[in-house]
Write a protein that binds this ligand. Sequence first.
Ligand code: NAD
Length: 250
Amino acid sequence: MSLTFTEAIELIRQAPRIVGFTGAGISTESGIPDFRSPGGVWANNRIIEYQEFISSRAARIEAWRQKVMTWPDMRAAQPNAGHLAFVELEKRGQLIAMITQNIDGLHQRAGHDPGKLIELHGTMLHAVCLSCSHQISMDEAVARVEAGETAPECKKCGGYLKTATVSFGQAMPEREMHRAYEAAENCEVFIAVGSSLVVYPAAYLPALAKQNGARLVIINRTETPLDEYADLVVRDEIGKALPKLIAMNV
Ligand code: NAD
């Protein structure tokens, strides 16, 4: 590692072009379980890939059952100190992009400019028709499932309704990926927080930033495959470490 924590604070204080990149770990302190830590709700749910969702009504019923189960906690969750630290960097005019793999909408609710926020894996805040792209709110979708529509369909065209999230096996959103690559290529500091950095293509972004000359800082409580390339790895809780790293008055 080429930076100490203190040197990283100084680097971040002066850097005009910073990219924030987050995974599920930033939201655990808001009460939303991550994907790979043991014992979480998500760990107990079977992954339904996109192709299965499309081809099997039973899979759609199971996917919606899982979403209905996780929605109340996600809906009630509030942004925490980690989310607010990135908003602070944006207020200082230093953040060029807030890239997230999360679908919980907490970065949006923390107050980022939508033009800076890139939700690579979509959002749970609404459901979308896979045929005509008509959207409804997640509250409405969940209410319909609870009222007996176990695999709800679009009221406009009869297509399958799915949360507006990117499932395994589903194409990544092109515009978001393009914006994320551009930001990664043009930043001086790339701060990757709360991600196991194993889900591709998202996990390619820190490496891309590094190849283009950025300093890479990783905050994660467990090891990641990119630790050896990072300029600084902080093995601590995000809500504690990130505000310190950006010298935020808390
Ligand atoms: P992941 O679960 O694979 O990795 C999360 C990482 O964060 C882990 O390595 C864990 O050790 C670390 N971590 C957890 N809490 C932490 C804390 N308080 N401080 C420091 N480190 C902490 O998550 P991922 O890399 O984002 O990949 C999982 C996929 O699942 C993503 O695509 C994401 O879209 C999705 N997902 C999203 C949410 C959400 O929106 N909140 C929740 C679960 C899964």
